[in-house]
Design a protein around this ligand. Structure first.
Ligand code: NAD
Length: 286
């Protein structure tokens, strides 16, 4: 049978989550999505109106389909965590069961189990502020949305993952190296995500026999990246300094994700895999 994949963090056809979905669909997987609640309506409407049809095309000419599309907010684990202002927020109205625990329950009901779990989401409300000016609230929000959300997902989906299953997330090298402009605690959030990848690889490896890896991606002009404000500079910097001088395509990350999510990488876990045209190995470019 085709493998069952759940991908959190797709809301258009521009980001890494979509490209990972595509690479997995090409490999014959069955894809379900967790879409951030405030972005769900526009995503579904765009999908229904054919706005993504060009990017849904697979190499055999068919269009990629999604078996289920779930509303999700990875900042909340159970309904008990949801504050009044979110519960009554217009952008959440009409949706239910969107906390991590409830999404996992729905997926279990609909699909029984999952083989592949993808975390392709991040949020840092103060990302444009230098760390030196970041508030406690902004810092913790970045860690909650971008790092703890992975732990929460592995906690709740681990029990429904098949043996030999595989989890990946997306990280960025600002965890290790100074990237001025990647602020608001997002650099800290990625450092936590990479460390948690190792500890979760051990704990979930022992408990559920699943692997946990993360891809450290080069710059891509996704919606989230445009919100940071200096993505064009990052892309130019990478082009000028990386060993391979080309712009990174989202599908290049999608293809490595498909490898890490397949039995081809059955002995790889706890790993940070760079998919960045090699930029991370440079000291000085001439
Ligand atoms: P993207 O905008 O396509 O994806 C981010 C997604 O996160 C969006 O769909 C958004 O709706 C979702 N999201 C935000 N808060 C959420 C929440 N609370 N619950 C559920 N979903 C939520 O952008 P992207 O750049 O493809 O980002 C995917 C991942 O790749 C992120 O972890 C990002 O940090 C990482 N990454 C991006 C770059 C880059 O240059 N774009 C580089 C390295 C790593």
């Amino acid at each position: 049978r085709g493998k069952k994949a759940f991908i959190a963090g797709v809301a258009d056809d521009q980001g890494f989550g979509w490209a990972i979905a595509k690479a997995l669909a090409e490999a014959g997987a069955e894809i379900s999505l967790g879409v951030w609640v405030p972005a769900l309506n526009i995503f579904k409407t765009s999908l229904e109106r054919g706005k993504f049809d060009e990017s849904r095309k697979l190499s055999d000419g068919s269009l990629m389909t999604f078996s289920h599309i779930y509303p999700m907010d990875a900042v909340f684990d159970t309904m008990a965590d949801v504050p009044e202002e979110i519960a009554t927020n217009k952008r959440y109205a009409g949706n239910s069961n969107w906390t991590v625990a409830e999404v996992a329950e729905q997926v279990k009901k609909d699909s029984g189990s999952v083989d592949i779990l993808v975390h392709s989401l991040a949020n840092g409300p103060e990302v444009v502020k230098p760390l030196l000016e970041t508030s406690r609230k902004g810092y913790l929000a970045a860690l909650s949305a971008s790092s703890y959300s992975l732990i929460s997902m592995v906690q709740r989906f681990g029990p429904i993952m098949s043996e030999g299953g595989s989890v990946i997330s997306l990280t960025y090298d600002a965890s290790n190296r100074i990237v001025p402009g990647y602020g608001g605690g997002m650099s800290s959030a990625k450092a936590a995500l990479e460390s948690d990848t190792r500890v979760l690889a051990y704990e979930a490896g022992r408990k559920y026999k699943v692997r946990v890896n993360t891809i450290s991606a080069g710059p891509l002009g996704s919606r989230a990246a445009k919100a940071i404000g200096f993505i064009d500079d990052m892309i130019r910097y990478s082009y000028e300094n990386a060993p391979i001088q080309k712009e990174l395509a989202a599908i290049e990350v999608g293809n490595v994700a498909a490898f890490l999510l397949s039995p081809l990488s059955s002995a790889v876990t706890g790993h940070v895999m760079y998919v960045d045209n090699g930029l991370n190995v440079m000291g000085m470019a001439l």
